[in-house]
Design a protein around this ligand. Structure first.
Ligand code: HEM
Length: 132
């Protein structure tokens, strides 16, 4: 597999929908068997990649990163994304990292990603699910 951002995004979402096919149904493209060919699917992956890039650009400023992640989580609530879906997303990301990095995905790297993802998850959830 080529290590382009689009391919990584595709790998993560393929793993996500395998882990939980109900998440595929949240999207309009979920109605299509060849969803990977659908423009909406490709568009969501581009949005994800743009947002990851933006999040990385906020890394130097924790307050704005916290706000950014919270806003990202907030826009997903009306789309039907539940708190626990971020655990599934975490597993999908870890599976993709294993697939892409293979033997380079060391125990230390795996632990480091776990810590990093748990912080991202906390930022995206924030207090978004309180008082809904
Ligand atoms: C559990 C994983 C995720 C699910 C199930 C999910 C689901 C969705 C759905 C259903 C939409 C609406 C699409 C539409 O109406 O056509 C959406 C929009 C969007 N998603 Fe995700 N998403 C996930 C992860 C992410 C991640 C990780 C990012 C960014 C890092 C992201 C960024 C966006 C953005 C920017 C939009 C557009 C929101 C708008 O302007 O209305 N998503 N997502």
């Amino acid at each position: 597999m080529e290590l382009g951002a689009g391919n990584v995004g595709n790998s993560v979402f393929k793993n996500l929908f395998e882990l939980d096919p109900n998440l595929l149904k949240l999207f309009k493209f979920g109605a299509h068997e060849d969803y990977e060919e659908q423009q909406d699917y490709i568009n969501h992956i581009s949005l994800v990649i743009d947002n990851v890039t933006q999040a990385v650009n906020h890394l130097g400023d924790m307050d704005s990163l916290v706000d950014f992640l919270k806003q990202l989580g907030g826009i997903h609530i009306p789309k039907g994304v539940k708190e626990e879906d971020y655990d599934t997303l975490g597993s999908a990301i870890m599976t993709s990292l294993k697939e892409v990095l293979d033997t380079n995905f060391t125990y230390a790297l795996e632990r480091a990603w776990e810590v990093t993802y748990s912080k991202i998850k906390a930022g995206v959830i924030a207090d978004n699910y309180e008082n809904l």
